[in-house]
Design a protein around this ligand. Structure first.
Ligand SMILES: *[C@@H]1O[C@H](CO)[C@@H](O)[C@H](O)[C@H]1NC(C)=O
Length: 522
């Protein structure tokens, strides 16, 4: 049963008055004004503006707050506590205590709670999708897609919880029986990014809870509300106090992150974010040899061979490059097109991109939202300018869209040289950089010429080539003739400097220890 509607939204209105001009701009905001709910949710109690430790919503010890803004309007949405070392230690302590009992629940009990959590997510689709759009900026239809994806991890891991099978291994000695069991690893630190405010939490938390682990989550300061709403629903689903804890922070992120990786009570660190941060956390976790799952940056090649279905390839490139306005780690970053179809592909892609409707994700006809903040715009701008200075041609876009919010015009560049920055590092923005190639051998060499290897895509209708190229790409995930690969059931993750471990699929294993037991003296 939902708790009584408390004054979360009222507190929010008083604590952080919204500027008037934010309110009436769009008809969708009307019913929000009628309720006293600044976020316009049907269930205002899903808006949580505090951290969560040991089953209680709490403010920061020192009283500081972090302002969270809507990237489409640059207006403040609300605030969350600026927590620090002390709260982090408390959260870890609470998770350690809760582990003693949560780890002893049956797999079936955890399955049932996760399925309830899943059902609550589905019941609250509109509200949760709206929260994603408000804090991340992605269009509502994409937010609903993320929401579905996010919920699917709970369903998947509920089903995995009851299938953490062990093994019986025949022994060479007749008086011994070999048995292998799996046990939950312990307290898990979960650090997530803003590009999928909901799904990156459930992908980790779903697996952790299913395994019997407890968690301390640090959501990103840009998009904390989706995370906090999930915790509210988890509580309603029956997840006991201390099993999930949330520490919100921005200024103290270095000390909080360090504690989450170094505290001996934490047994596992699961992180999704940039490669430099992944390396730093890996180093910290090494101090106590914690198990880690690191899902770091990519620089995905997207290859179109001359035997491809060009319509499908254009469609795939649109999905793969511009979803989340180019802010996903599996986004195509380098688009290689074989020379005989290059001109046609480039002009078709540019035409489609020119027709995008960029705007506030709450508006019905918006196809693409803003970037997360102005710093993200600067990187895209730098990549565009660098490519142009090295001889690339601008086909569409190329500049910031003025006005409130962090918008950059979806951009297509042609004839981008291999030496351009965009071909060397992840842009994380709406920039499609096209490069021409002649042979399969040449494009595989270019595609693999990077220290990272998360996802790779290619379009071809030659079955021999499909196998060859899929095997040759140095990545953890390949999309052939599709620009969309993410699902809860697959092993998501990268090789090289894109990370360690796999999430989704059999990812529950990452949250369990394998224990061998020899039964002797028979
Ligand atoms: C989300 O899933 C529901 C079914 O649960 C489906 O009807 C809907 O179309 C999906 N939405 C998106 C955007 O994928």
């Amino acid at each position: 049963m939902p708790p009584p509607r408390r004054a979360a939204s009222i507190t929010l209105l008083f604590a952080a008055p919204l500027k008037n001009k934010f309110i009436p701009r769009h008809p969708l905001f009307r019913y929000r004004m009628a309720s006293t709910n600044a976020f316009g949710l049907k269930d205002a109690s899903l808006v949580r503006t505090q951290g969560f430790i040991d089953g209680k919503w709490v403010d920061a010890k020192e009283g500081g707050v972090i302002k969270v803004t809507n990237p489409a309007t640059a207006e403040e949405l609300g605030t969350i506590p600026e927590m620090g070392l002390e709260e982090t230690k408390q959260a870890i302590e609470a998770a350690s205590t809760a582990f003693k009992t949560w780890s002893k629940t049956s797999a079936k009990q955890r399955h049932d709670i996760l399925m309830k959590f899943y059902a609550l997510m589905k019941e609250n689709t509109d509200d949760l999708a709206r929260l994603i759009t408000l804090e991340n900026g992605k269009p509502l239809v994409e937010a609903k897609g993320e929401h579905n994806y996010s919920a699917s991890f709970l369903e998947w891991f509920a089903e995995e919880a009851v299938r953490t099978y062990g093994e019986v291994i025949p022994c060479a000695m007749t008086n011994i029986r070999n048995v292998v069991i799996k046990q939950p690893i312990g307290v898990v630190s979960i650090l997530t990014p803003w590009n999928f405010p909901s799904a990156m939490i459930t992908r980790k938390l779903g697996a952790a809870l299913a395994a019997g682990c407890t968690a301390v989550i640090k959501p990103p300061p840009e998009t904390p509300f989706s995370a906090l709403a999930l915790v509210e629903l988890a509580t309603r689903a029956g997840v006991p106090p201390g099993v999930i804890n949330v520490v919100t922070t921005q200024a103290n992120v270095a000390v909080v992150g360090r504690e989450m990786c170094e505290n001996p009570a934490v047994k596992k660190v699961s992180f999704t974010g940039s490669t430099p941060v992944a390396k730093m956390l890996y180093g910290m976790a090494a101090s106590t040899l914690k198990k880690v799952s690191l899902e770091a940056g990519g620089n995905a090649p997207f290859i179109v061979f001359d035997d491809a279905d060009i319509d499908a390839a254009v469609e795939g490139a649109i999905m793969c490059k511009f979803r989340g306005t180019g802010q996903t780690c599996v986004c195509a970053n380098r688009i290689y097109v074989q020379s005989s179809i290059y001109a046609e592909f480039a002009s078709r892609l540019a035409e489609r991109v020119a027709a995008f409707k960029v705007g506030n994700g709450l508006e019905k006809d918006t196809t693409h939202g803003p970037l997360i903040h102005d710093r993200a715009i600067e990187k895209v701008q730098r990549h565009v300018e660098d490519a142009l200075s090295q001889g690339a041609q601008l086909l569409v876009g190329g500049k910031r869209i003025e006005g409130p919010g962090s918008f950059f015009a979806p951009t297509v560049l042609s004839d981008v040289p291999a030496t351009a920055l965009v071909n060397k590092e992840e842009t994380f923005g709406p920039l499609a950089a096209l490069t021409r190639f002649e042979t399969e051998e040449e494009v595989i060499r270019m595609a693999n010429d990077t220290p990272v290897g998360l996802a790779g895509y290619f379009f071809s209708r030659d079955v021999g080539r499909v196998w060859r190229v899929a095997e040759a790409l140095e990545v953890g995930m390949v999309g052939t003739n599709t620009g969309v690969i993410s699902q809860a059931v697959i092993p998501f993750g990268g090789i090289k400097e894109s990370g360690l471990g796999r999430e989704g699929g059999h990812g529950i294993e990452e949250y369990m220890n394998v224990k061998f037991i020899a039964f002797g003296g028979l």
